[in-house]
Design a binder for this molecule. Structure first.
Ligand SMILES: [Mg+2]
Length: 171
């Protein structure tokens, strides 16, 4: 049961993952959540995020942004990062994850999902059979309904930490 809720790895930040190593292990596609994974809620993309995506492309990765947020929020951000995107993705439903892989020509074996919410990002990736990395949310400022979801994330993350080391990626 808990495996269904568990991420493949749990790390401090999407920016400090060793993507070169993941490339060498055969991963080719990266799907990213936006809010609190790559940037704070409603803060415009800045140089750091843009440079980060330049780095990922240089390594050879194909990327898609997969957000439950609205188009007005996701599109300008994706444009700055020069990456395709899916807005109103309805995570954890499978459809957008599958569509995203189709967009970049990758599959469940060579694609990774990176996001900050257990019950949307990670559960959705698990349903599809995608490997996933949970990141610590960038900002503690969140909408009320997201804060409620954080409360129910706590016991799962606590259980996960008993048998898993943080920042340990073993795919
Ligand atoms: Mg998020």
């Amino acid at each position: 049961m808990t495996n269904f809720l568990y991420p493949g790895a749990y790390v401090d930040s999407a920016f400090t993952i060793d993507y070169k190593k993941l490339w060498e292990k055969g991963f080719r596609g990266l799907l990213f959540d936006v809010d609190n994974t790559l940037t704070m809620h409603n803060v415009e993309a800045e140089k750091r995020e843009a440079n980060f995506f330049v780095h990922l492309r240089k390594l050879g990765f194909k990327t898609v942004i997969l957000s439950n947020n609205k188009k007005e929020r996701v599109e300008p951000f994706a444009k700055l990062l020069k990456t395709p995107f899916i807005h109103r993705a309805h995570k954890p439903l499978s459809r957008a994850y599958i569509k995203a892989m189709k967009m970049i020509g990758t599959n469940v074996d060579n694609t990774l999902f990176v996001g900050d919410q257990l019950y949307t990002d990670i559960v959705g990736a698990n349903i599809v059979g995608l490997k996933s990395i949970l990141v610590r949310p960038i900002s503690p400022k969140e909408a009320f309904w997201i804060k409620l979801k954080r409360i129910i994330e706590v016991p799962v993350i606590a259980l996960y930490k008993i048998n898993h080391k943080k920042n340990d990626i073993n795919f």
